[in-house]
Design a protein around this ligand. Structure first.
Ligand SMILES: [Zn+2]
Length: 149
């Protein structure tokens, strides 16, 4: 691995000059660290800090190294939505051969009954209670009354 070193003080380095808007020879005035130096443009005499390209790349790598993780809150919400969608689709598949009844509070719905609701769409009963059922719809689980005589 070739180790890059800064050009010596009073030597020239060919690098980009912001003021000239082009690559120019810059005279090294002083070393500010082992990887950076103060340099002066030989054309416009503006001063800037010159960094060794490898050192700059290493610094960029370090600063972005921890940024690959997703925000936990956003991830939790989308995971819950995905889990709901999977459960809904699974229940629809499992009950494909069953009849779909139009929702009516006077009917009694057992677990895994398919319900066509005028407002919420197609749903499947997840849990049945004597007077209500928890029905999974595409967007969320809703409690509906049933068995109302
Ligand atoms: Zn310049």
């Amino acid at each position: 691995m070739a180790e890059q070193t800064l050009p010596a003080v009073a030597k020239s380095v060919y690098t980009d000059c912001k003021k000239c808007g082009a690559e120019r020879y810059h005279t090294v005035i002083a070393h500010t660290s082992s990887t950076s130096a103060k340099v002066e443009c030989e054309t416009c005499h503006s001063k800037k800090t010159y960094k060794l390209p490898s050192a700059a790349a290493a610094a960029r790598k370090l600063s972005t190294g921890g940024a690959t993780k997703r925000a936990p809150s956003a991830r939790g919400a989308s995971a819950r939505a995905a889990a709901h969608e999977t459960e809904y689709q699974t229940l629809l598949q499992e009950t494909l051969t069953g009849e779909t009844a139009t929702y009516n509070m006077k009917l009694k719905f057992p677990v895994k009954a398919r319900i066509q609701h005028p407002k919420f769409g197609l749903g499947v009963v997840k849990t049945a209670f004597p007077d209500k059922v928890d029905v999974i719809f595409q967007d969320e689980v809703r409690s509906l009354v049933h068995n109302r005589q």
